[in-house]
Write a protein that binds this ligand. Structure first.
Ligand SMILES: Nc1ncnc2c1ncn2[C@@H]1O[C@H](COP(=O)(O)OP(=O)(O)OP(=O)(O)O)[C@@H](O)[C@H]1O
Ligand SMILES: [Mg+2]
Length: 164
């Protein structure tokens, strides 16, 4: 587990680009946090780190459930906010994109219940000021565990405050 403090919108951008550059095919990133915490904002910079062209502006997929963007691998940006639970998720057809041939980023992943894949990176964002955000990053499974040192180093190099 790693605790970060993002002091500005720009630092959220830095974190997202780091994650996008580190992403490997089949990765899953789950974004937890309240309304307005910054999940979609982080997803937008993850897209940038994945080389999704700037003209493909990443917006909230809350009504479409899933939006796909072309990068060095596909980005599947999912928002489960409007789903009530596992049954809804199964009916929605989203499971085809939860573990896929690119990077999957999910907002409101608590709706997935027992459908959460074993290998994923959990990111919890909490508002701590107008632009300040507290972030807890937790790897689940070998894929992300192996990259935690590199992720920590990249955050430090980008002057993101890494606690403990
Ligand atoms: N450090 C920061 N990181 C992320 N967003 C920030 C930051 N500082 C300010 N903001 C602002 O906070 C808002 C976050 O909105 P965003 O849509 O990303 O939240 P969200 O977590 O996706 O919400 P929702 O649950 O409604 O989808 C944006 O207006 C953004 O500009
Ligand atoms: Mg959002």
């Amino acid at each position: 587990m790693m605790r970060l403090v993002l002091q500005s919108l720009r630092q959220t951008g830095d974190l997202g680009r780091i994650l996008g550059r580190m992403a490997e095919r089949g990765d899953v990133i789950l974004l937890h946090g309240a309304l307005g915490a910054g999940k979609t904002t982080l997803a937008r910079s993850i897209a940038s780190g994945l080389d999704v062209p700037p003209e493909c502006y990443v917006t909230s997929p809350s009504f479409s459930l899933m939006l796909e963007y072309p990068g060095r691998m596909p980005l599947y940006h999912i928002d489960c906010y409007r789903l009530r639970g596992e049954d809804d998720v199964e009916e929605s057809g989203l499971m085809d994109y939860i573990v896929a041939d690119g990077l999957t980023v999910v907002e409101w992943p608590d709706r997935l219940g027992g459908l959460v894949p074993a290998e994923h990176l959990d990111i919890r964002m909490d508002q701590a000021g107008e632009q300040a955000r507290k972030v807890i990053v937790t790897p689940h499974g070998r894929r992300w565990l192996e990259r935690m040192d590199a992720l920590k180093a990249a955050c430090g190099a980008a002057s993101i405050l890494v606690e403990n």
